[in-house]
Design a protein around this ligand. Structure first.
Ligand code: GLU
Length: 324
């Protein structure tokens, strides 16, 4: 029996090490093929500060878990993580409170736009999942209750996970969103009226907007997602209170809820757990194999990067590898 498991493990390690995929060649082809989509979609202008970004940019970084970094395009320019940052806030909340948070936020795909109000009302103030805005606002409320200095402790947590001290909030983006965030304020006030928001609405929103404003480049984002790709094996000692089973659950929520009301489509076309943000970033993982980040600011009408979606679809099609 033992021998059988050993053989399995060995074939997995050897298989991934010597697998015959030329990732740099694939990324170069992807780069060429996505160019025909570069004028499609619109930059997120409902957050005025985001609209200032040059829309004609594309980058992609892939990190193999057993060593090997590949990239094309603009991979060292920082962009706004927006909803991608919700993966980190969920991770921190889960590591502090465990699954008790699921009394306040569900794990089902919403099938509705990320900022929808209507579902929240008929589901009595329990957001469908932690990645839609209402759910992420509840997670921000939990962090606000649990942490002494929520903004400082959250960014420190990301820096640990990313193994990178050069990760920051973009204050201008956070402020810009605060100024124009009436819809998120509506969600927060409704949550409050339903008894699912415990702290002062303005303070929770300030934390939520800061969480969304965190910036990383493709290179930094791919690295920050190693812990989701290798189930926490790479976690720095200081962040090791995240359990392996919690990483499994977060990956599962990414698979089913990571792309707003286009989550089914992403799963169908790409076949990897991932998360997108309205800053044009997309990150995905292939468990035990790789993490990959793509960025291009123009979004489709669901809020997902046009070139980023296409790039990930081409990656799994060309490599012939997905989790399915
Ligand atoms: N900060 C954005 C908002 O609340 C996040 C949206 C997103 O990336 O999904 O509208």
């Amino acid at each position: 029996m033992k021998l059988f498991f050993l053989a399995e493990e060995l074939s997995f390690i050897l298989g991934s090490k010597f697998e015959n995929v030329d990732y740099q060649k694939i990324l170069t082809e992807v780069f060429e093929e996505v160019q025909s989509f570069k004028e499609q979609g619109k930059i997120a202008n409902y957050i005025p500060e985001l609209a200032k970004v040059n829309p004609e940019q594309f980058g992609m970084t892939l990190n193999l878990m057993n060593g090997g970094d590949y990239s094309v395009g603009i991979v060292d320019e920082k962009f706004s993580l927006q909803s991608i940052s919700k993966v980190f806030s969920l991770t921190l909340a889960l590591s502090i409170k465990g699954e008790s948070i699921l009394k306040r936020v569900g794990v089902e795909p919403s099938g509705d736009p990320f900022n929808s109000l209507i579902q929240l009302e008929y589901e009595n103030g329990i957001p469908r999942n932690p990645f839609i805005n209402a759910g992420a606002i509840v997670i921000a409320d939990i962090l606000y209750s649990e942490l002494d200095n929520p903004k400082i402790e959250f960014i420190e947590f990301i820096r640990k996970i990313a193994d990178n001290k050069n990760i920051h909030y973009n204050e201008k983006v956070a402020h810009s969103e605060y100024e124009t965030g009436s819809r998120n304020a509506s969600l927060a006030y409704f949550l409050k009226s339903a008894g699912n928001l415990q702290n002062d609405v303005a303070k929770v929103l300030d934390l939520y907007f800061h969480i969304c404003s965190v910036e990383m480049s493709c290179d930094e984002l791919a690295k920050a997602f190693h812990i989701y790709a290798n189930h926490g094996v790479s976690l720095p000692v200081t962040a090791q209170n995240i359990e392996k089973s919690q990483i499994k659950r977060i990956n599962a929520i990414m698979q089913t809820c990571g792309f707003y009301d286009e989550s089914g489509q992403f799963s169908f076309l790409v076949g990897l757990p991932g998360k997108s943000g309205v800053g044009g970033g997309i990150v995905a993982i292939y468990p035990n194999k790789y993490s990959v980040a793509a960025w291009s600011p123009r979004l489709n009408d669901k809020g997902n990067s046009v070139m980023g979606m296409k790039a990930l679809e081409l990656l799994t099609s060309k490599s012939g590898l997905s989790i399915f």
